[in-house]
Design a binder for this molecule. Structure first.
Ligand SMILES: *Cc1c(COP(=O)(O)O)cnc(C)c1O
Length: 396
């Protein structure tokens, strides 16, 4: 399927077909080109390739056919002109930010970020002379007030980890663009199926493909998407010269993951909605957050910018940390793990794991109480998960 023709197909079709390159053997399934380098027919071809006059491959840190297929399929699915795959989600986030800034620049980021993302903004950017302002992403006035003449980019995650708050991408994009800044959205929690930040005005979307894109808990990976210009100006050379490239093997796993992404994520979202419905109002559940429910704190924004909720549900059980531990330990089917987006349902207690390094005061500010757990719904039957959760609530 030529790249130019594929945008006429629906997302599900693009996930299966877009970007496929076939070798001379005509294989049905995408080939795994597990190679570091490429040979040239003669010296003149090698010279032309290095001059950029011959379109072939040179070295797999720069590009590889299997990785290219994955990048093309992601770009077609996301509706982006260009994509670059990276070794992990954190490599994608770091590159998307570091590639844009110079010493003296300023970055605005929402405070409810994946822990390592916040670390990059608050600990690493300052070492290179880049200052930052951390805002409550749900408060547009804070974004407005944070803009400075040297603000280069605005970075957010929505829905956020682990409280599933929602940031208004289109409104933040207006504020950022008026100030001459770009917008980078970490779209992991909604997946490319349910939210398209580029259509809402973002300049760049990043994923940890470790999550729903692999979807079966196997490989780490990341991807950065944007316009040809954004990728050329900020990402292309930085990735090639510093080297956090995706391995061909991981790209092959991710490509096969994309083929089933729509069916998996649709099913997991339905399951999460059913679990949320079953647990909301339970006497041992003091608070429940699920994008897509009418009682979500930003329900109107969810409706405006997301096509569906999430495969994750956040809820607070009674009894604080003790209650949360009793609940998690009593689960038989759902396993305790900080990962998410897997075919297997996983639960985590953010206060003692992913968010234990920050202070109690910071956790309070983020709404991460000691009783809060984050459930990533997998592909098990919804009724089995609900029965598991309801039985475990009795242990509190
Ligand atoms: C997991 C995750 C990351 C980091 O991805 P890795 O693949 O673990 O490096 C970044 N942002 C969000 C929202 C994530 O869930």
């Amino acid at each position: 399927m030529p790249a130019s023709a594929s945008s006429k197909y629906r997302p599900e079709t693009r996930l299966v077909q877009a970007g496929t390159l076939r070798s001379q053997f005509g294989e049905t399934s995408e080939a795994l080109f597990l190679t570091q380098g490429y040979v040239y027919d003669n010296s003149a071809q090698a010279e032309a390739r290095f001059k950029g006059e011959d379109p072939g491959y040179q070295y797999s840190r720069f590009a590889n056919p299997t990785v290219s297929m994955f990048e093309r399929r992601m770009a077609e699915f996301e509706g982006a002109e260009a994509a670059r795959a990276t070794a992990t989600g954190m490599a994608a986030v770091t590159l998307a930010l570091m590639g844009q800034v110079r010493a003296g620049d300023h970055v605005v980021a929402s405070k409810a970020l994946f822990g390592s993302c916040l670390y990059v903004v608050e600990e690493y950017l300052p070492r290179y002379g880049v200052t930052s302002t951390i805002v409550d992403g749900t408060d547009l006035d804070q974004w407005r007030a944070a803009m400075r003449p040297n603000t280069k980019t605005c970075f957010m995650e929505t829905p956020t980890n682990p409280t599933l708050e929602v940031v208004d991408i289109a409104e933040v994009a207006k504020i950022a663009h008026a100030a001459g800044a770009t917008v980078v959205v970490d779209n992991v929690f909604s997946t490319p199926l349910w939210q398209s930040p580029l259509e809402l005005g973002a300049d760049c979307v990043v994923y940890s493909t470790t999550k729903h894109i692999d979807g079966q808990g196997r490989c780490l990976g990341g991807v950065i998407l944007g316009s040809d210009k954004f990728i050329a100006d900020n990402v292309h050379m930085f990735l090639r010269q510093t080297g956090p490239s995706m391995s061909p093997f991981n790209a092959w796993v991710m490509l096969k993951g994309l083929e089933t992404l729509a069916v998996r994520v649709r099913q997991q979202t339905q399951t999460a909605a059913a679990v949320a419905e079953a647990l909301a109002g339970h006497p041992k559940v003091s608070r429940l957050i699920y994008p897509g429910r009418a009682d979500h704190p930003q329900a109107a924004i969810v409706k405006k910018q997301m096509r569906a909720g999430s495969t994750l549900v956040a809820f607070e059980v009674v009894g604080g940390k003790k209650g949360a531990f009793a609940f998690q330990d009593a689960l038989k089917l759902v396993r305790i793990s900080n990962n998410l987006g897997d075919a297997k349902s996983l639960i985590t207690h953010p206060a003692t794991t992913t968010h234990q390094r920050i202070t109690q005061a910071q956790r309070n500010e983020l709404g991460i109480s000691d009783g809060m757990v984050r459930l990533s719904c997998g592909l098990e039957h919804a009724d089995d998960l609900i029965e598991d959760a309801l039985a475990a609530l009795k242990a509190i």
